[in-house]
Design a protein around this ligand. Structure first.
Ligand code: NAD
Length: 278
């Protein structure tokens, strides 16, 4: 089987779970929503600006769960700018009024902007921190309040990045936001472990999604990106979604406070693949 061909031989580990995925109208968030639905979870597809793309994700999630024999689950789309506490509160109210429960929060929404750090526009800086990091914090607060009130645990999975640990020059706000996710994940994991709540993160490398418009459709640039990756290729959103599904499942019942890097080896200091001079 080619490395990127998708296996459909995975189990249905999420039957009965209700999950919210932020920024699920495209890219990794869409793939996560579909994968969770395939494994039997009911999903809320959060979107910011593009209802038609969120509706596409909804249709794909519906098909995924019915194709896998889970019937017609109550998947839903829900609008909110995750930079807004008010909109997050309204989103959780809508979901909890409808489902009465939530088991898993996936903090996926995020974006980046390139700028030399000394010239970084302060509004852009604030917006990236507000969406990527503060949005994850505020959504986590709402999910945790629900998990604690109903008892019985729950899980939060943050979409971080290899840039949680690898600096990204020219992307200062993005680097800071993903660096912050390390201690967001670890601090919440420790604080809530005693109540059966697990908090983890996934750290993707270079994945074929719209965030990488700068190189994904240009064969030369794409080849250049792949040349830096030990496994020799960029990753697919589905390969990242598989890690989220694992972390959401009971198979990860003893894992909390961890970041799993799915990055083709990018975190292995690829520059050391060969001896330099010795
Ligand atoms: P993407 O641009 O395709 O998707 C990002 C999603 O976030 C979009 O659906 C967008 O609408 C949503 N979003 C942005 N601002 C929002 C807001 N204020 N409120 C709600 N939703 C909002 O990119 P992607 O690659 O799918 O990125 C998803 C996550 O994966 C991000 O957190 C990103 O940092 C992370 N990531 C991506 C890569 C990669 O190479 N693609 C690598 C590491 C980490």
């Amino acid at each position: 089987m080619p490395q990127t061909e998708r296996s459909t031989q995975f189990p249905s580990r999420l039957v009965g779970q209700y999950a919210l995925v932020t920024g699920a109208s495209q890219g990794i968030g869409r793939a996560v929503a579909i994968r969770l639905a395939e494994e039997g979870a009911t999903v809320a597809i959060n979107y910011f600006g593009h209802v038609e793309r969120a509706e596409e994700t909804l249709a794909l999630a519906r098909k995924a769960s019915s194709d896998r024999g889970h019937g017609r689950l109550d998947h839903v789309v829900v609008q909110a700018d995750v930079a807004s506490e008010k909109e997050i509160a309204a989103m959780f109210e809508t979901i909890l009024a409808r489902w009465k429960r939530l088991d898993c929060l996936v903090n996926n929404a995020g974006f980046q902007a390139e700028s030399s750090s000394e010239a970084l526009d302060i509004e852009t800086y604030r917006r990236i921190i507000d969406v990527n990091l503060n949005g994850a914090v505020f959504c986590a607060q709402k999910a945790l309040a629900h998990f604690v009130a109903r008892g019985g645990g729950g899980s939060i999975i943050n979409c971080s990045s290899v840039h949680q640990i690898i600096p990204k020059p020219g992307y200062l706000a993005y680097s800071i936001s993903k660096g912050g996710m390390a201690n967001l994940t670890r601090t919440l994991a420790l604080e809530f472990a005693g109540r059966g709540i697990r908090v983890n993160a996934v750290g993707p490398g270079a994945i074929d999604t719209p965030i990488n418009a700068a190189w994904r459709d240009d064969p030369r640039k794409r080849g250049e990106v792949a040349s830096h990756i030990p496994l020799g290729r960029v990753g697919t959103p589905e390969e990242i979604a598989a890690v989220f599904a694992f972390l959401a499942s009971d198979e990860a019942s003893y894992i909390t406070g961890q970041t799993i890097y799915a990055c083709g080896g990018l975190t292995l200091f690829p520059e050391f693949r060969e001896n330099w001079a010795s």
